[in-house]
Design a protein around this ligand. Structure first.
Ligand SMILES: Nc1ncnc2c1ncn2[C@@H]1O[C@H](COP(=O)(O)OP(=O)(O)OP(=O)(O)O)[C@@H](O)[C@H]1O
Length: 493
């Protein structure tokens, strides 16, 4: 079993009171501290465009997209397309802040595949970094559906297998050379071929390949994508970025914007610069964090008009249920009964409360079929639970915040915050597991009376965060109470 990613280790051992840091209040002013972030390119000014009307979109990509039911590109995808491939394609680094479920993955994947579709020799030219294994597997799945249509190969580096077998999927060493040769001997022995054009990786395993996989090089990189960037720029991951940037620029890349390149985009000359795309629904505005990325002539592409820090999906309906602490489990069970037949994710505050709540729901057997998802489980079990939930074998997934970011499961109708998130950022990513791609979805937050005020204050930072009070029918609670008491105290014993 590969070692836990930093994210998993961090989540597992983080005391409940120590949540992922929210940006310090110093940067949460209405005016971003960085001048170039004050005039974003407004995503809302772009249309949803049918594929055949997207300038320069390769016909092979159109047919690959149509095969998976995609008929048009969303506004964020059009905005990014225009800044990379379309009429004003340029080599500016892009920071993209767009709500959860708005299609950020394809926003960067499409231009990358289009630009690399004309490559002659296979080299590692695009690197996509994500904070967790399951997210990386999901994003690779998006590339896998489309990349073959334009003859591109996609690799995965997440530590699910031994590094030697993973390296063998990424780099083809000359026959005579074993993994153990020193790097200089390998170079002497003969040319080393990359087996992938695009690599999707988690930070830990990326570092392993940079430091120890012979023939693994970033010298040909054209795109560096940092997805869920505010998570990746946090303390726990910090060493991967400087090492990666050093390796990119140490191997012949120019850090400076190239005037010619800027005017005409990639003009076929061989003096490229690795273009960076930095994305999140809760993109950081913190200059100290942004400066780590060494952005070049950056452009902010953002959905919200900046009067609020974060934006929720337009189709999301939000509700709150106020209850006493000892009745929260009963209210959850009653709510899940009401939502029966709909895919629902229940978020708790920690891995231990995820497990306890899962055990309680097990007492209700067939009434509520659920699985648990947290870094308390080994990767295989977590992936099995997610697969069962994706297939619809079970309709309730009890999850810690390991499930919060980016995970895209078709048909999730409801998100329940069993424990109120401490930070608005966590709230945005949790409820963003539903109401995706313009579809409808609902969020329910269970609040103890003493939490109502904090919850209201927290939502000050979130746009369109209207929520209604939700009351469960008393007869349902009365009917469930005896059953609940019996099971709950068994569990408590
Ligand atoms: N142009 C499109 N047409 C239809 N569906 C799309 C389109 N683009 C993306 N989708 C679908 O929308 C869903 C959300 O896409 P994606 O996961 O890229 O969103 P996101 O903005 O990255 O969300 P998050 O911030 O939560 O990571 C996915 O199921 C994806 O298949």
């Amino acid at each position: 079993m590969g070692k836990r990613t930093r994210e998993e280790a961090e989540e597992q051992h983080r005391p409940p009171s120590l949540k992922p840091e929210e940006e310090s209040s110093a940067v949460r002013t209405s005016l971003p501290a960085l001048p170039w972030m004050r005039k974003p390119l407004d995503i809302d000014s772009f249309p949803t465009l049918p594929l055949h009307q997207v300038a320069c979109l390769d016909a092979r990509l159109i047919s690959a997209l149509e095969k998976v039911g995609i008929e048009a590109l969303f506004p964020v995808q059009i905005a990014v397309w225009q800044q990379t491939i379309g009429p004003c394609g340029s080599e500016r680094d892009l920071c993209i802040c767009s709500p959860t479920g708005s299609g950020k993955t394809l926003a960067y994947a499409l231009p990358i595949m289009q630009m690399l579709s004309t490559r002659v020799v296979k080299k590692l030219r695009a690197l996509v970094v994500l904070p967790t294994r399951d997210l990386a597997i999901q994003v690779k799945g998006v590339f896998d559906v489309i990349a073959p249509a334009v003859g591109l190969s996609v690799g995965l580096a997440i530590g699910q297998t031994q590094i030697a077998s993973e390296a063998a999927e990424l780099v083809e060493l000359p026959r005579k050379c074993a993994h153990s040769f020193s790097k200089s001997e390998v170079e002497l022995v003969g040319s080393i071929n990359s087996l992938v054009d695009i690599l999707v990786a988690t930070p830990g395993r990326l570092m392993d390949h940079i430091t120890s996989t012979h023939g693994f090089t970033l010298e040909h990189l054209r795109y560096l994508v940092i997805d869920e960037s505010d998570r990746l720029l946090r303390q726990a991951y910090q060493d991967w970025l400087p090492h990666t940037l050093d390796r990119i620029f140490a191997e012949g890349q120019s850090e400076q914007p190239l005037l010619k390149g800027l005017q005409r985009g990639f003009d076929g000359a061989n003096h490229y610069r690795a273009m960076k795309m930095v994305l999140s629904a809760t993109l950081t505005r913190d200059p100290a964090k942004i400066s780590q990325i060494k952005l070049c002539f950056p452009l902010l592409i953002s959905a919200s008009a900046e009067e609020k820090r974060y934006q929720l999906p337009e189709q999301l309906q939000s509700y709150k249920l106020v209850t006493d602490a000892d009745k929260k489990p009963l209210h959850l069970i009653a709510l899940l009964q009401m939502l029966k037949g709909e895919k629902t994710i229940v978020f708790t505050a920690s891995v231990t409360s995820t497990h306890r709540l899962y055990l309680l729901l097990q007492c209700f057997g067939t009434r509520i079929k659920s699985v648990e998802y947290s870094s308390l489980q080994h990767q295989q079990n977590r992936s099995k639970a997610l697969a069962a939930f994706r297939r619809g074998d079970v309709e309730v997934l009890v999850a810690s915040d390991a499930m919060t970011r980016g995970m895209d499961v078709e048909g999730v109708m409801n998100v329940i915050n069993y424990d109120v998130p401490v930070y608005a950022k966590t709230y945005v990513h949790r409820v963003g597991r539903t109401a995706r791609a313009g579809k409808a979805g609902s969020s329910y937050t269970l609040l103890r009376r003493e939490e109502v005020r904090h919850f209201k204050e927290m939502l000050q930072k979130v746009d369109n965060s209207k929520y209604k009070r939700f009351k469960l029918p008393a007869p349902m609670l009365d009917e469930l109470f005896p059953l609940y008491i019996e099971d709950y105290f068994i569990l408590e014993a």
